[in-house]
Design a protein around this ligand. Structure first.
Ligand code: SAM
Length: 275
């Protein structure tokens, strides 16, 4: 089932490093996405208070259920991670854990759906304390990229707003069976208890989406074409000037703080317009 991104981890040293980096405690809820044949599952389940794995492949899920059938704290769910209600899953499975427990995600991700999974985890990041993930090296570089550098993208802004992404180490294709066509890396993303900037996040991500929706355009023209400004040139000029951002720049050069400054200026402009 190569279509399901089934490249199984076979390098036990890499496995041990991932498990150590995840830093699981006995009071934690651990959610593993795509446990596959269970390379990470046993060591994670042994360390966690409660362990839940979500595997879409019915045969792999059935086999793992058999392996863990006598372990009450281990739950193997056969489901597609993208349609899984993480809020309900986390609440249901943390009911018997201490009040100060953490919920962690640890996974060797199926690469064909890396971006939708990351977007889902980031949207639900308030449920979790950290994500420790194996991803393509290129994605790891995007997550940790600085403004203006290669790979800095909408995903970088979102990841750096909700979490503190760190590239921990690279992993060669030979660590997997079958080996994937790309190099991989393990990233740890600690979820921020508070956003790093002061701005309405809905407005801010509308600005980010507008900027990146028209990547080839300058920020001024991208905002002008967006629903936020609907062609109002004066409004774009006023907002960019209040935020002290040069409209001739492109979205991929803006830091999270600069997007936040535009969002604050937009909120003030809107408030003025409504009065
Ligand atoms: N964790 C195992 C390991 O490290 O060897 C397997 C990792 S493999 C790269 C990705 C796993 O994700 C596969 O077991 C695959 O069946 C599973 N998977 C693929 N799509 C999925 C989805 N939509 N929801 C949940 N699991 C999925």
């Amino acid at each position: 089932m190569r279509t399901l991104g089934q490249n199984f981890l076979v390098d036990t040293r890499i496995r041990d490093s991932i498990v150590n980096c995840a830093g699981v405690r006995s009071s934690d809820l651990v959610v593993e996405i795509g446990p596959g044949k269970g390379a990470l599952t046993r060591p994670l389940a042994e360390r966690a208070g409660v362990f839940v794995a979500i595997e879409v492949d019915p045969v792999l899920a059935r086999d793992l259920r058999r392996v863990f059938r006598s372990e009450d704290n281990v739950h193997i769910i056969q489901d597609d991670i993208l349609s899984c209600d993480l809020r309900t899953l986390v609440h249901e499975h943390s009911a018997n854990l201490p009040k100060n427990h953490r919920a962690l995600v640890v996974a060797n991700l199926p690469y064909y759906i890396t971006t939708p999974i990351l977007n889902k985890l980031l949207s639900d990041s308030g449920l979790f304390s950290a994500f420790t993930l194996m991803v393509q090296l290129e994605v790891a570089q995007k997550l940790t990229a600085s403004p203006g550098s290669r790979g800095y993208s909408e995903l970088s802004v979102k990841a750096q707003y909700f979490t503190e992404p760190v590239l921990l180490f690279e992993v060669p294709p030979t660590a997997f069976d079958p080996p994937p066509a790309v190099r991989s890396a393990v990233v740890r993303m600690r979820v921020r208890p508070e956003p790093p900037v002061d701005a309405d996040s809905d407005i801010m991500f509308s600005i980010v989406g507008a900027g990146y929706g028209q990547r080839r355009k300058t920020l001024r023209n991208a905002l002008l074409a967006s629903r936020l400004f609907a062609g109002k040139k004066d409004a774009v000029a006023e907002v960019l000037s209040c935020a002290s951002i040069d409209g001739g720049r492109r979205a991929e050069t803006l830091s999270v703080e600069e997007f936040a400054a535009i969002a604050r200026a937009y909120a003030r402009y809107k408030a003025g317009e409504d009065n």
